[in-house]
Design a protein around this ligand. Structure first.
Ligand code: VAH
Length: 317
């Protein structure tokens, strides 16, 4: 059986950086093509093929698919919540046109399998915010959330109508140290670690008690790969799966960091991202992901902080 070749679109981003490394470990470096509009980390650029790609350039995408005989696409390119609010036309166009084009490639047999990330941003202010269920009221009031909700509808439609094997996860806020995030509302939970180590202080753009669902990147990568490797019949939800890690607020993360850096000081000054965060759930019910394909998170706030601080101290040495 010929080995799959995977194209990761958005390989320079927070998720893509780590997904490429993990996929290359599984499939072999030559079988995982990284692509993005801008160069990726040295680890990604030096460990396997990289192609510059603007996902809106359909002919360029087809060129890459033919060159490497790609069989699977991980489509990670998107404008995140805060950025998309500043450019709603680009946010909608990029997030939606890229998905519909990749789904059509699968519909017409050009590729066999698609991964597309959704987000807890599909939920809105009228959604039950504690232990938010898989199926519930969803009235997102951000461009990003609306595009993710519409994208989920397209994924489910293409699966049932055309048999497309597309799989998706509603990521919570993701925390990692390898690549800086860009333009998200949950990114305070990454920036705080960098600032704590570099300057011993951080001004949070979300208020003290803004509790949000979060997840450590190793858990998110493992969830993604477990879902993609699961037998198709176990993937019963083809819109997008709720998955949960841990929920916490800025005060809790500040206190955990102080356990490692006693002099650390956190201050609070909400900005426009507060309204986005306030529209999202505080915690997620991921029972169906656990039942259907055996999902279970491993990292809690204590072990996240330990790993982030150890690795960032090395990075800034
Ligand atoms: C954002 N990090 O903040 C993303 C994520 C749940 C939030 O989708 O926009």
């Amino acid at each position: 059986m010929t080995k799959d070749t995977i194209l990761v679109i958005g390989a320079s981003g927070q998720i893509g950086t780590e997904l490429v490394t993990n996929l290359r470990a599984m499939y072999g470096n030559a079988h995982v093509v990284a692509s993005d509009v801008k160069s990726a980390t040295a680890e990604v650029m030096e460990s396997g093929p990289f192609e510059q790609l603007d996902i809106m350039d359909e002919s360029r995408l087809k060129e890459i698919l033919d060159k490497y005989k790609v069989t699977q696409i991980y489509l990670l390119a998107a404008l995140l919540s805060a950025t998309a609010e500043k450019n709603i036309e680009l946010g909608w166009a990029l997030n939606m046109r890229s998905l519909s084009h990749v789904l059509d490639l699968a519909r017409y047999g050009k590729i066999k399998k698609v991964y597309w990330p959704s987000s807890i941003a599909v939920f809105g202010p009228t959604t039950p915010s504690i232990n938010t269920p898989q199926y519930t009221v969803m009235e997102p009031n951000t461009v990003y959330g609306i595009s993710k909700q519409a994208g989920e509808r397209w994924c489910e439609y293409y699966h049932h109508k055309f048999g497309v094997d597309v799989r998706s996860i509603r990521y919570p806020g993701l925390i990692s140290w390898k690549a800086q995030p860009g333009g998200g509302t949950t990114d305070y939970a990454v920036h705080v670690f960098h600032e704590a180590i570099k300057h011993g202080k951080y001004e949070s753009f979300l208020s003290e008690n803004t509790t949000l669902p979060m997840m450590y990147m190793p858990d998110a990568i493992r969830a993604t790969l477990e879902l993609m490797e699961a037998p198709s019949e176990k993937v019963k939800i083809r819109s997008s799966y709720n998955v949960a890690g841990i929920s916490f607020n800025p005060v809790e993360i500040a206190n955990t960091i102080k356990g490692h850096l006693p002099e650390f000081e956190m201050t609070y000054k909400s900005d426009e991202r507060q309204a986005i965060a306030d529209s999202w759930p505080q915690s997620i019910d991921d029972t169906l992901a656990r039942e259907h394909w055996g999902w279970k998170h491993e990292y809690d706030l204590k072990t996240i902080a330990e790993d982030m601080i150890i690795n960032l101290k090395k990075q800034y040495k």
